[in-house]
Design a protein around this ligand. Sequence first.
Ligand code: CS2
Length: 488
Amino acid sequence: MPTMKTSLCEETLGRVNPSVKNVTYDRSEVAIGIVHFGPGAFHRAHQAVYTDDLLRLQAGDWGICEVSINSATFRDAVQEQDNLYTLTVLDQQISQQIVGAIKEVLVAPEDPAAVIARLADPQTRVVTLTVTEKGYCLTPDGDLDFTLPGIEYDLNNPKCPRTVIGYLVAGLRERYKIDLEPFVVISCDNLTDNGHRLARAVRQFSATIDSTFGEWVMGKVHFPCTMVDSITPATDQAVKESVAEAIGVTDNWPVQREQFTQWVIEDIPNVELPPWNQVGAIFSSDVAGYEVSKLRILNGMHSSLAFTGLLCGFKTVEEAIKVDYLRAYIISLCNSEIIPTIKPVVGLDLEVYSADILQRFENPAIRHFLSQIACDSTQKIPFRILGTISDNLNAGRDCAGLCLAIAAWMHMIRNMACNNRPITDPLSERLVEIGRTTGLTDSEFVDSFLAIEEMFPRKLVDEKLFMDNVVRHYAALGEDPRVALQQG
Ligand code: CS2
C-alpha cells in the first residue's frame, strides 16, 4: 500500500484547505517564457506571485525557469514539491496562496549549458534578476569590475560562466549567432537606476569579447528600470509550521510577506513584457522617481533603524520602531534629511508615502529581524544613505542624522567582530580586520572604515562636515547609544 503523501505537490493540491488561494490553472499547459536569476524569498514573494496571478488570468507562456548561480538548496527543497510553494501574507488579514509559476529550477554550476540553452530558447522572452547589489559586479563608479575573479574567469570561460553577467552575455550571444531577437533583461534589485547599471555591465562585457556583438547588444537589448517593494522577511521554522497548519500539508520552503506589494516597471515603447499591469504592476515612464523615493525613504530608514536598533539591543523592526527615541530619530531623519533630497514625483505624496511606510514597519504579524536588514551593508549603504548625504551636503543642508546611522553601523560591525559574531557581507574579512583592531582613537576607527573605497566615495570622505559628524556621533554612541540618539 503506497504511503499517502503529506507534503505540497501536484498530487496533494486537492487536499489543500479550501480557504487557501490554490492553483487554478493547468501547469502542464504553461510554457517557460521567463528565466529568473536568484530564486530568493523576495523574488518568490514578489515577481513570482505577480506572474502566478497572471497565469491565473491567462495561462499563457509566462512560466518561470529559476536559476541558482551558486546553491542547490532551493532546487533540493522544492523539486519533490513539483516546484510548488506557499506565499503566506501576514498582515491585518492573514492569507495563503499556492504559487505554481515555477516550471523548472536549474543549478548553474551543475549544468551551465542547460542555463545557456534556456536563455537561447526562442520561447524565453524575459530574464529577471534578484541577485542583490553584489551580483552586478560593478565598481563604485558603476563600471563592470574587470578585476573581479568571476568576471576574469567568465571572459576566459564563456561556456561555463560563474557570474550572472557572464550568463546573460552567453545567452545573448547564442541568440546573436542565430539572429534571434534578444530577451528583455529586467533588474529587480534595490539599486538606483538598476536597469541602466545592469545594461552598462552587460554592454561592457559584450564589447570586450566581440565589438560587433557588443554593438548588437547596445542596439537591440532592453534593460527596463524597476522599483520593487514588499517587506519579505526570511522564512523561519515558525513560518513553516504556521503554513503547514494553514494549508493542511507541509511545505519545505514557504515564503512570508506583508500585504503591501508594489512593482513599477519602466514602460519602453514596442518592448513586449508579460502583462503584469493586469495584476497590479505599474508600467511607467518615470520609474526613477518611485525608485529613489523607495530606496531612500523605506530602505534608508530600514538600514538606519537596523544599525541604531541593534546598538540599543532590539531585534526586530516592529519592536524598534515602537521605542520613542528610535521612532523620533527615524521620523526626524525622514522629514529633515531624506524627503528634502527627493524631487517631486507625480502621483506620489512623500509625506503620505513615508507615513504609510512607518505603519508597515509597525506590522505586528511580521518578525523582520534587524540583523537581516543589516546584512551586506557595504553594498546597501551607498544606495540607501550615502547618496542622500551627498545631496544634503551639496545643498548645504543638515545630514547629522544620516551620519549618525553610518557611525552606528561602524559600532555594530565592531561589536560583531569583537564578539566573533559572523558578519554577512562581501567585505566581511576587511570589516572583521578593522573591527578587531585595538588601540585606535574614535577618529582613527572612523578613518579605517571610511578608507573602504568600494563603499565610501573619496569625494564624500573629503567633506569635512561629513567626517566631523561621523566622528562626533561615533564618540557619543560609544558612550551611550540611547543618550546619543535622544540628543541627536
Ligand atoms: C530590507 C529590504 O533586508 C533589507 O535590506 O531593507 O529587503 C526591504 O524589506 C525591501 O526592500 C522592502 O521592499
